[in-house]
Design a protein around this ligand. Sequence first.
Ligand code: AMP
Ligand code: MG
Length: 406
Amino acid sequence: MIPLAEAREHVLARCSPRGPVPVALADAHGCVLAGPVVAPEAVPPWANSAMDGYAVRAADVAGAAHAAPVSLAVVDTVHAGAAATVEVGAGQAVRIMTGAPVPPGADAVVMVERTRGGPHAAAVEVLDAVEAGRNVRAVGSDIAAGTVVLGAGTLLGPAHLGVLASVGVRRPVVIPRPRLGVISTGDELVDDDRPLGPGQIRESNRPMLVALARSFGVDAVDLGTVPDDAEAIEAALVAGAGTCDAIATSGGVSMGDVDLVKVVLDRIAEVRWMQVAIRPAKPFAFGVLDGTPIFGLPGNPVSSMVSLSLLGVPGLRRLAGRADLDLPRVAAVAGADLGRRPDGRTAYLRAVARWHEGRLVATPVTGQASHQLASAADANVLVELPDGDGVAAGDEVVAVVLGLPG
Ligand code: AMP
Ligand code: MG
């Protein structure tokens, strides 16, 4: 057996980021910026009002108070989207809406709540003094033109897309999300609604692995099920490698007579078959076929989920150019005694983590066998239990986050 870290390093050494391409903003979510983005424009592009109110000269209203209002002549009204052309002279004000350009001559905005007057009144009474600059959003106060607004390697989240749009960058150059093809193998697998024949079970890994990969930022596609037949497996792998950036197979990498994924990969790819010192998901094959990484996951449903989470995700995120290669790890406390026997392996217990009285409490689901997907389905973390005798309820543990705790 080899440590998980060694298997992970083996994978990472054989996965490198895809080439940069320009993409539409709508497709850039979850992608990594290939280079820095320099803002071609300032945001805001001109000084504008942060409030609905009156643009004034601060000096004119320096003595204003509720008991001693200052009356100003209203010489114009300016809305968002309009140009401010009328200059504010001494003793004058311009009625202004949020987001409208501050007119020349004015240096502050008094919010409408601090005034008396009305939409069509010729004069306004200002009830409060304002200092110069109050309620004015200065040119470039969000982003100055010519500055690096987003650095190379930024993982683009929703607000980053908004930032790019705000400076007029419509097609950022990114490392595209990798396309992962998911293939299941096994003569026993049925993937439609026909009644099960002798020895048959329903295929469950493809929908799960496709959704899991997508939830981790990968564009996954379902490439179907192939029987335990070397030729069929080879054809599926070759076809998949032609259309995808990576392939994940499930099944056929253990010690059985028809564990043929291993055999085929040995013949057509550069492959390493590993016994990883983890439970579940000990068997793992990693191959490269014409430059396409292939993750040979074990077939047991829970094992394939854990294997993709711990070994697939870092490799796929490396292809995506991401710096955050692994699923996040957090500190939690064990919600129950987590007993185990020493066996040279790190256990990854499927658990439900909840925020409880100021702590994250991770309670393992009942049914930890690697075929018990129904119980594992509720898990939002994998509790990492080092080799040994386990830990007691209340002890601190490390949890790998699969989904955010509620
Ligand atoms: P294998 O890794 O091919 O030896 O499969 C291990 C166990 O997982 C066997 O009990 C298989 O029947 C089961 N299995 C393999 N692939 C799948 C699948 N796609 N869906 C459900 N069970 C599977
Ligand atoms: Mg099999």
